[in-house]
Ligand binder design. Structure first.
Ligand SMILES: [Zn+2]
Length: 333
């Protein structure tokens, strides 16, 4: 291949067109109502699985694309779902267990590399020590410090950067971090996220739940949480509640395990008390992800909760329009 062809091939990367689309999207507010779309990226646990990656969700809200948690495997699912890192505008972390945040590094670095300084820095929210984690990952003395320095200074990396439309000097990645707590409110382009308290592994980690409200509907995500009045309060009247459903009721080894992780009968009561319309079960261990057991869990939840119960799957997509789940797509179509 000739030099001219090689440079042209780099410049023809789909990133250029996408970045231009992003520019247009950010400069022009959406004029038509767009359904609120929630895609489940990872519905598994820390345990290795080929069918369920660790925790991750992406919510398409008009002009913004919001990631909720980004555990191992979630970024691959983001790409499989048709989005790319450069499409994301905001990322929230409910807590810093690794199965909820291990691909933070991949999200930031891939977005920075592919975005070639043509998209704004990612807005990132989560409990402390998120700011310290960010510095320890991307700072000059951080884990990726030498890599970032090489990409900012070595001529070969700058060739690729310029071919993608970047203008020198190249900036380092600079995620805009805001540390949040129960009671925090974050607002964006036609959406609001309210942060609540999750009952999980305190005092070792601060654990949060998230509620999103838009014109098209409302979604609450517990993060990891056992049964808690604070979840009921946060999720009150939500169209969709995405709830950790780790294990089968009665099999918990200790009361502490139940308090931190909940079980399917606990979740039925929480959904009923909160008065949500749809309950999406996620964070599913392989032990309950079996024919017969799945149906038993859904049936027993429906004996208590009279809304819709959805057994979550990776890459499942829920579309909300006019405060109702208008459609659910799965990978199998
Ligand atoms: Zn956790």
């Amino acid at each position: 291949m000739k030099r001219r062809d090689f440079i042209a091939a780099l410049a023809a990367s789909p990133v250029i067109a996408e970045a231009a689309d992003q520019d247009r999207a950010s400069s022009t507010p959406p004029t038509t109502t767009k359904p609120l779309t929630i895609t489940l990226l990872g519905t598994g646990t820390p345990a290795p699985s080929l069918t369920r990656q660790s925790s991750g969700y992406v919510i398409d809200v008009g002009g913004d694309l919001i990631v909720w948690d980004h555990g191992p495997g979630a970024h691959q699912r983001l790409i499989e779902s048709g989005y790319r890192s450069i499409d994301t505008t905001h990322a929230f972390f409910t807590h810093l267990h690794y199965d909820h945040c291990m691909e933070y590094g991949r999200l930031v670095l891939q977005r920075w590399d592919q975005g070639a300084d043509r998209i704004p820095d990612l807005n990132v929210y989560g409990p402390p020590p998120l700011r310290r984690m960010t510095e320890q990952l991307f700072g000059e003395d951080g884990i990726y410090g030498p890599d970032i320095r090489a990409r900012v200074e070595h001529r070969s990396s700058l060739d690729v950067f310029e071919a993608r439309g970047g203008k020198l000097p190249r900036r380092r990645p600079a995620p805009q971090v805001t540390e949040i707590h129960a009671g925090s409110v974050v607002e964006g382009n036609g959406w609001k996220v309210t942060v609540g308290h999750a009952q999980h592994v305190q005092p070792y980690l601060e654990c949060l739940a998230l509620r999103l409200d838009t014109k098209e509907g409302s979604v609450c995500y517990t993060g990891d949480s056992g049964p808690s009045d604070t979840i009921v309060e946060l999720a009150k009247g939500c169209d969709v509640l995405i709830h950790m459903n780790h294990y089968f009721s009665g099999t918990e080894p200790t009361p502490a395990y139940r308090a931190a992780c909940g079980n399917h009968r606990d979740n039925a009561i929480i959904a009923k008390r909160a008065g949500v319309k749809t309950l999406v079960l996620t964070h599913l261990l392989a032990q309950i992800d079996l024919p017969g057991i799945r149906e038993q869990i859904v049936h027993e939840i429906q004996e208590v909760f009279d809304g819709k119960v959805v057994w979550g799957e990776d890459l499942m997509r829920l579309g909300l329009s006019g405060s109702r789940v208008a459609n659910i797509e799965t990978r199998q179509g």
